[in-house]
Write a new protein. Structure first.
Length: 275
């Protein structure tokens, strides 16, 4: 039995071909992932295989019809393990942010079904009706709009699949990822290097060649602080003083960050203090 079953209903099954390659493809070949792709047009009833119609209330664009979606989800439910229901994941810019925490949550579920939309989205009644029969997660991979949700499915499936036991060659590989729960929560991973030690006049930082694992770990963590401070001030705003050791707070001060007790956050010393 596989570790996880994944169903995807889409009008472009061929868009999901990348699920046959790299880590996800290998996981499928090993039987860890059981992936089923379904063409939504299989559940249309007219000669044109229509999946969309004009929106009630007017406006531009088209909306995906409820009938084929309802029938497709009925079929997915019927084809799955008896007595079980999937978690329905709906990629949408209107959903909650897809984060590493959410990927961890979904990776713990044995069956996921994805409903990527096209056009202006899926008739809302489909989502509401589905929620009476299965858990529903509406998720967004970022603050931008795509032509369809299939790309988001690829992003989510890879983020989820790599967290399953045995999918990565080294079980510890995702422990130090950006956003990983624990020590890397709200942190971006720092820079990485490999051989050769010198390339085009640029050398690998000496600390990484020292063999001193404690100092290397400290350097990597400080690099994560610096990268996060430079690129993601929104993450810095979530840092809490008790999450850092005294030595780490000293490293943050070198970056120009100091804990502001009144505001309950780390603040750049260059920021003007509000009166």
């Amino acid at each position: 039995m596989s570790d996880m079953r994944i169903d995807v209903v889409t009008i472009f099954p061929e868009y999901l071909e990348p699920l046959n390659v790299s880590l996800v493809g290998k996981a499928r070949a090993r039987g860890q992932l059981d992936v089923h792709l379904h063409d939504l047009r299989s559940w249309t009833t007219d000669i044109h295989r229509t999946v969309d119609d004009t929106p009630y209330g007017g406006g531009p664009g088209m909306v995906m019809k409820p009938e084929p979606w309802g029938a497709a989800l009925d079929a997915v439910l019927a084809a799955g393990p008896e007595g079980e229901v999937p978690t329905l994941v709906v990629p949408t810019p209107s959903g909650r942010r897809f984060t590493q925490d959410l990927a961890q949550d979904l990776a713990a579920r044995p069956w996921l079904a994805f409903a990527p939309a096209r056009y202006e989205g899926i008739d809302r009644r489909v989502i509401e009706e589905a929620a009476t029969r299965m858990p529903v997660v509406e998720a967004s991979i970022g603050d931008y709009v795509l032509a369809g949700g299939e790309v988001a499915v690829l992003v989510m499936v890879e983020a989820i699949a790599r967290l399953l036991p045995g999918v990565l060659g080294n079980a510890e590989s995702h422990r130090d990822d950006s956003f990983a729960p624990g020590a890397m929560a709200d942190l971006l991973e720092g820079p990485v290097y490999t051989k050769p030690a010198e390339w085009r006049g640029r050398e690998v930082p000496e600390i990484l060649l020292s063999g001193h694992h404690g100092k290397i770990a400290q350097w990597r963590r400080e690099q994560a602080f610096a990268r996060t401070h430079a690129n993601r001030p929104d993450l810095v705003a979530r840092w809490q003083r008790e999450s850092f050791t005294k030595k780490e707070r000293e490293a943050l001060s070198v970056l120009g960050l100091a804990w502001d007790e009144a505001e309950g956050r780390f603040r750049s010393v260059a920021e003007p203090v509000e009166e």
